[in-house]
Design a protein around this ligand. Structure first.
Ligand code: HSE
Length: 442
């Protein structure tokens, strides 16, 4: 091997992912060193829980344990800091301090990068160090590598992904068992799929962090989480999952980044996907990202988006990249956001959701009276919405009410809004219209 000097790693956080990284690095040390050209060694670990740190490392003499993470990012012999603490607060300070001290950084922290990524990458650029983040998006799936390097010949048109395992597990259970959201969430928490505070997952925020990073590296734009449209799955009703099924669709929480002529759509919401698409068949806690690019066409990336060893797989791949790249002049390394930092486009804004182009699923609760459907279809036609499919539930004897489900062709979101506002004013429409977006993903 050309270099025998090991890469010294300081690990911040030895919980699930940190423990996985420690275990996998130890198990595959020889093979990883053959790839990296030098051994990769965790020599310092910071964790508030020293007991846990001792248990995971087996109290190895080669590793110094501490509860002071700042001591690790400032330690002179450390080459790379692996940040697995999470959150936007102290993690940001630690990452910036590590960069200031000339350390490369590997992080799984999508929240941090989605919110403070521009600042962090600028600081790293200035200092000539790398901040690698494969583990931040879709866990073990090498989607960052694929977008940033594997597809670099292409004009990327769009990416759509199931990038939150918790919500995909909940949606799969709701469909399989016909159960309401709240009941499945409780079950998911009991099984450890959902956290005690599941807000980031079920409100779509975690998926929005990830798709924001995908959009930046796919299109060469700055990171703009604050402009993403975010809608979670908490208001999704079991009835809509059933009706979608009858019409040949599954409902998935998709993160969508789509390039249009004058801007970028960046949105997370429950989405009807034709059941014949591979993406519609990604079940349970699995993740998948479908990318459409001009030269290669569609490519699909599937795997585990969370968990100790799958996420560690991405963290260690980043460590190998850093080990190799540290011998290369900073200006010749793969840029953080795939495009050269002075080539990021500021003329491609994130479009407001009103301007999104998508098809719609509309569920109307109506009085079962003559002329209701005619009124509804007239409004849709007035607003320029073309109907793709229509389903009416046969009312129970004497019920007097029914559900009408309409699938539209692609239109602008604002056209759908205008139509929905008018439909809700009809006397025979008794409840607010349920509206979901539909993507054919062709
Ligand atoms: N909470 C995430 C998920 C995993 O459910 O997919 C970490 O990003």
């Amino acid at each position: 091997m050309t270099h025998t000097k090991p890469v010294n790693v300081g690990l911040l956080g030895i919980g699930t992912v940190g423990g996985g990284a420690y275990t996998v690095l130890a198990r595959n040390a020889a093979e990883i060193a053959r790839r990296a050209g030098r051994p990769i060694l965790i020599t310092r670990v910071a964790d508030r829980n020293l007991e846990l740190a001792r248990a995971v490392t087996g109290n190895a003499a080669t590793v110094t344990l501490t509860d002071d993470a700042f001591a690790v990012v400032r330690a002179p012999e450390i080459d790379v800091v692996v940040e697995l603490i999470g959150g936007y607060g102290v993690a940001r300070e630690l990452v910036l301090e590590a960069i200031k001290n000339g350390k490369h950084v590997v992080t799984a922290n999508k929240a941090l990068l989605a919110v403070h990524g521009n600042e962090i990458f600028a600081a790293a650029q200035e200092k000539g160090v790398t901040v690698a983040f494969e583990a931040a998006v879709a866990g073990g799936i090498p989607i960052i590598k694929a977008l940033r390097e594997g597809l670099s010949a292409n004009h990327i048109e769009w990416a759509a992904g199931i990038i939150n395992g918790t919500t995909n597990f909940i949606l799969s259970e709701m469909r399989d068992k016909g159960l309401p959201f709240a009941q499945v969430l409780k079950e998911a928490q009991r099984l450890g799929y959902a956290e005690a505070d599941p807000t980031f997952d079920i409100e779509g925020i975690d998926a929005a962090h990830k798709v924001t990073l995908i959009a930046a590296i796919a299109f060469g734009i700055p990171i703009q989480f604050d402009k993403a449209y975010v809608e979670g799955i908490t208001r999704l009703e079991a009835a809509d999952i059933q009706y979608a099924g009858q019409l040949g669709y599954r409902i998935k929480l998709l993160g969508i980044a789509r390039r249009r002529a004058h801007g970028v759509e960046l949105r997370v919401h429950p989405t009807l996907v034709p059941e014949k698409r591979l993406l519609a068949n990604v079940e349970g806690a699995m993740n998948a990202v479908l990318v459409k690019a001009d030269a290669v066409g569609a490519t699909l990336y599937y795997g585990k988006g969370a968990g100790a060893e799958p996420t560690a797989s991405a963290v260690i791949a980043d460590l190998v990249d850093v080990a190799r790249a540290s011998a290369i002049a900073p200006s010749l390394r793969v840029p953080h956001l795939a495009f050269q930092p002075d080539q990021l486009r500021s003329d491609l804004p994130i479009l407001p959701i009103d301007e999104a182009e998508t098809a719609f699923y509309l569920r109307l609760v109506v009085e079962d009276k003559l002329g209701v459907l005619a009124d509804v279809t007239r409004i849709l036609a007035d607003e320029g919405l073309s109907i793709d499919a229509l389903l009416q539930r046969e009312p129970e004897e004497g019920e007097g009410k029914t559900d009408i489900i309409i699938l539209t062709h692609v239109c602008q979101e604002k056209q759908a809004n205008a139509a929905i506002a008018r439909i809700e004013k009809l006397a025979a429409v008794t409840e607010k219209v349920t509206r979901l977006r539909l993507e054919s993903l062709q």
